[in-house]
Design a protein around this ligand. Structure first.
Ligand SMILES: [Zn+2]
Length: 127
């Protein structure tokens, strides 16, 4: 009886994981697009963007060059960044914030994909 219960729990876990965990993640990855000017403006209607000294103690996740505080609707960017690093960091944090306004919390991998798509679309010289 006990064994049956465990195998049932295990199967339920595996099913839920494949449906909700991997399944949804996979779908989100394929649906991700470059941010548009409209996406950026819509995001900045809700979020403030502040350049400040880092490391900024908002999360305990360690050092990063940008942070989004979803509760305070605040984006913090390391004020020592410049050039491409600054562009990348701003786009990365905007991607987090934009999707949060849609009720979606992206993983780091997904956020990096949106950042790359946006840079490829608007910041790479067209050849
Ligand atoms: Zn991030």
């Amino acid at each position: 009886m006990k064994e049956k219960l465990w195998s049932w729990l295990f199967l339920t876990y595996i099913t839920l994981y494949s449906v909700c965990g991997k399944g949804m993640k996979g779908e989100t990855m394929n649906e991700l697009k470059a941010l548009t000017l409209n996406d950026v403006v819509q995001t900045l209607k809700y979020y403030n963007l502040k350049h400040c000294e880092f490391p900024f103690n908002v999360t305990d996740k360690g050092y990063s060059s940008g942070v989004v505080d979803f509760n305070k609707k605040q984006i913090y960017i390391d004020n020592e960044l410049g050039g491409n690093d600054q562009t990348k960091t701003i786009l990365h944090e905007l991607a987090h914030a934009y999707y949060e306004t849609k009720g979606i919390i992206l993983s780091e991998k997904e956020t990096d994909k949106v950042t790359k798509l946006t840079i490829d679309r608007y910041f790479k010289p067209k050849t």
